[in-house]
Design a protein around this ligand. Structure first.
Ligand code: BGC
Length: 332
């Protein structure tokens, strides 16, 4: 499938994966992914907004606002307890994913992830600017999310991959983008904290700091990622020693790499990343979570596929990043 056809197909796949509530499922194909993550959803809504599918993006933002507002009392109580010096346990925080009806999934161990809360505020603001609109229906939930982040941004939480607990550079980048979008003064402190992190561990999620958040020099970051996480064929791994499904190349990260290359003035490299991603579509035009051209830990592929079946496909977040890169390159 060529790039414009695959971009069109991506829009259809995303619309099919959006529930009436406005939530996007991470992937309809895998039981464990039939939930709506704020992180995945924010990038999906941002992509849909870029390609003019405003109703879809706005339905998602409205849903985000509702899920946060439904927890308003809890948020106010957490803020009050935190201000009085109490330590808040991970399981008490707002979760990283919900059912499409906005219920909690109830697997608390890695559920505390702040990045998605920053990301939806960032995507909402970008959407409003792009289309010169103001979403009144999302305003109250956005204001509450902003208060939650302003209070808790420095807390250690789980990373993009839901594996490691700590203060992560990519998470800080997403949170600062959300706070900055809302004009909150705490955004400056988050930026400072980010720049104080000494050499964050090598991780594909760092790419977001260059694009879309413009917080670091894209060239230096690309050098590091390309030296340590680029597979021989051109796909991007999540991190060294990744074992999830054998640690293949993630399509969404490859598109993010392409976007950073574009920012660094390397348009040919950006198009190569787009082509690599298109080449990994299934014959029907679905984009999976990861490819297995080059596995970092091959033995683990069977372990995971015996447990859950093949890697999630289609993954909405892969389709979203493909659409975004294609749009940035004028190919969608
Ligand atoms: C990834 C998360 C993602 C989730 C749903 C997990 O395997 O590590 O980043 O949000 O899948 O796509």
């Amino acid at each position: 499938m060529d790039v414009p056809a695959l971009a069109g197909r991506s829009v259809s796949v995303i619309l099919a994966g959006q529930s009436e509530s406005g939530a996007y499922v991470a992937s309809p194909a895998l039981e464990e992914y039939r939930y709506s993550w704020l992180r995945d959803g924010a990038f999906v809504a941002d992509a849909m907004s870029r390609v003019g599918k405003t109703a879809s993006a706005e339905a998602f933002f409205g849903w985000c606002s509702e899920v946060v507002l439904a927890r308003a009392e809890r948020v106010e109580e957490l803020i009050a307890r935190h201000r009085s010096g109490e330590v808040i346990a991970d399981g008490e925080h707002l979760p990283c994913r919900f059912t499409t009806e906005g219920e909690e999934v109830g697997v608390p161990w890695s559920d505390f992830q702040l990045d998605g809360y920053g990301l939806w505020l960032w995507a909402l603001d970008a959407h409003e600017r792009r289309h010169g609109t103001r979403l009144d229906g999302a305003a109250a939930g956005a204001a509450l999310t902003e208060r939650y982040l302003a209070e808790f941004w420095a807390e250690p939480c789980f990373d993009w991959w839901e594996e490691r607990r700590g203060v992560h550079a990519a998470t800080l980048g997403c949170v600062q983008a959300g706070l900055a979008a809302r004009g909150r003064p705490e955004a400056a402190a988050v930026r400072e904290a980010l720049h104080e992190l000494v050499e964050p561990p090598l991780d594909g999620s760092l790419l977001c700091l260059a694009e879309p958040f413009d917080l670091v020099d894209p060239t230096a970051l690309l050098d590091r990622i390309e030296a340590g996480l680029l597979s021989p064929g051109g796909g991007v791994h999540r991190r060294p020693a990744d074992t999830y499904y054998g640690g293949g190349e993630w399509l969404l990260l490859t598109c993010l790499l392409g976007w950073c290359r574009l920012r660094a003035g390397r348009e040919d490299g950006a198009r190569a990343a787009l082509r690599w991603t298109a080449e990994h579509a299934t014959p029907e035009g679905d984009l999976p979570e990861q490819a297995r051209d080059h596995l970092l830990a091959p033995g683990w592929y069977e372990t995971w596929s015996a447990r859950w079946g093949p890697p999630a496909s289609p993954l909405m977040w892969s389709h979203a990043m493909f659409l975004t890169l294609a749009a940035e390159l004028g190919e969608a």
